[in-house]
Unconditional design. Structure first.
Length: 134
């Protein structure tokens, strides 16, 4: 096992890995990739980033409000779910899930947003392939 700050896992970190990390002086910060999404054209207007039902389920234990980092800033985000009002609703009811934060207004439409969670602190990090600089 080599000590590394850039460990990426898509599932929970096994207990042995956490112990090994701690034993070699590692700091908290196992980042779990939750998903990658295309940013909606509405996100810069309303700060709502749509997420999958699975990501909403995994973030649920953090509570309705959580710590988030995006665009080089820290803040809070709120987890939302709402019944469908879109055109796809005619084919059957479904639910949309969102993370909402003013930090997400800096995300550009059509960019790929990478949503990760620090397993130790519960901080959600959102990075984008094309973050706005202004």
């Amino acid at each position: 096992w080599a000590c590394s700050r850039s460990i990426r896992m898509e599932r929970s970190v096994p207990a042995w890995a956490a112990r090994a990390w701690s034993a070699c002086g590692g700091e908290p910060g196992f980042m779990i990739l939750l998903e990658e999404r295309t940013v909606s054209r509405k996100t810069p207007l309303d700060g709502k980033l749509e997420i999958s039902a699975e990501t909403a389920r995994r973030l649920g234990p953090l509570g309705p409000d959580m710590t988030v980092a995006a665009g080089g800033h820290d803040g809070t985000a709120r987890l939302h779910s709402m019944a469908c009002t879109c055109a796809r609703g005619a084919a059957g009811s479904h639910v949309h899930h969102f993370l909402e934060s003013s930090l997400f207004r800096s995300l550009r439409p059509e960019a790929t947003a990478r949503i990760e969670m620090d397993e130790t602190s519960g901080t959600v990090r959102v990075t984008s392939s094309r973050e706005q600089t202004s």
